[in-house]
Design a protein around this ligand. Structure first.
Ligand code: GUN
Length: 314
């Protein structure tokens, strides 16, 4: 089967263009959404993620501020910073980049963010709102999954969605959103019995387990739609050679750079079995950032426009 590639970069570009045009309008009335990104320590991946989030703010005309703190920052110092950001009128969204250093109480920090500024949707108040169908801030990656399906005209209602991974950031909120869209939802994890058989029941398969290329052909039903949230950097030549045998351009790039990104789904198998799939890179990742921008604008509207009527799932 010639699978359709769900191009996350193209969808992100459309979303950002819509947000930019909306912000251009609101800026004329003096409302410019603002995002504060808090980066603690010097994890290289986190630095790149935060840089990309700030670039997206610039692209849509939002205000942004990055606060970089040393790895030895204490929980109390972070709580004081979040309190200050909670009180600032020019900041609509607060993003504390994870993972935080081991000695920081991450849960306490995330719970200290004002739920109305919690653009990650990690605060228990927003988790509860999502679970009970009330308007709130929805985590960005799961929102991105729904956005990809809707903008690609892939039906969700009545379909069986199987999610592999039960994290608070992706698996659980993705289940809530898919349920709200009237899918039948199964959540699997490392202890699920006969995982390939359960995955093969999926019309929509969401891979969010963090194990590079683990979901091979035997996990994918012929014609399924596969959304791959995983992203791992591989450096082993033999492994990359096996996984990217179908993609000579990517192999050539690997030989130049010494590394290649792959998702949780086998990149060679998925294109042979699925009807549509998100590639890695360039699939789900770009939408996570686009949804963060959308959440920041949504937070600004809810906070600054008293007449704004929030919908349950933006
Ligand atoms: N680290 C990995 N993914 C995320 C995310 O979506 N938000 C934050 N704040 N940190 C992350």
């Amino acid at each position: 089967m010639d699978a359709r590639i769900l191009d996350g970069n193209a969808i992100r570009d459309r979303v950002l263009a819509e947000l930019a045009s909306e912000i251009a309008g609101s800026a004329r009335q003096g409302v410019v959404p603002g995002l504060a990104a808090v980066l603690v320590g010097d994890d290289p991946a986190s630095r790149i993620y935060v840089r990309n989030k700030i670039r997206a703010c610039n692209r849509i005309g939002a205000f942004s501020e990055t606060i970089r703190l040393p790895a030895k920052t204490s929980t109390a110092e972070l709580l004081a910073l979040v309190q200050e950001l909670n009180g600032r009128d020019d900041i609509d969204g607060i993003l504390v980049q994870l993972p935080l250093p081991r000695d920081v109480d991450a849960q306490q920090v995330l719970c200290s963010v004002d739920p109305e500024k919690d653009v990650d949707g990690f605060h228990p108040v927003n988790v509860g709102r999502l679970a009970s169908g009330q308007p709130g801030m929805v985590p960005c990656t799961p929102r991105g999954l729904i956005e990809i399906l809707k903008r690609s005209a892939i039906p969700i209602k009545g379909r069986h969605a199987v999610i592999v991974g039960r994290s608070n950031i992706v698996g659980k909120p993705a289940a809530m959103l898919l349920l709200a869209e009237h899918a039948t939802v199964t959540i699997c994890h490392s202890r699920t019995r006969d995982l390939p058989a359960v995955c093969r029941r999926a019309d929509i398969l969401v891979a969010a387990l963090g194990r590079p290329a683990m979901l091979t052909r035997k996990y994918i039903r012929e014609g399924a739609v596969v959304l791959d949230v995983g992203i791992s950097r591989l450096r082993d030549e033999a492994e990359v050679g096996r996984l990217l045998a179908h993609a000579p351009n990517r192999l050539a790039r690997f030989r130049k750079t010494g590394s290649a990104l792959v998702g949780d789904v086998h990149p060679g198998h998925v294109r042979e079995v699925a009807s549509a799939f998100t590639p890695v890179p360039g699939g789900v990742g770009p939408l996570t950032i686009a949804m963060l921008m959308s959440n920041t604008l949504e937070a600004a509207k809810r906070r600054r426009q008293p007449s704004y009527d929030a919908t349950a799932f933006p």
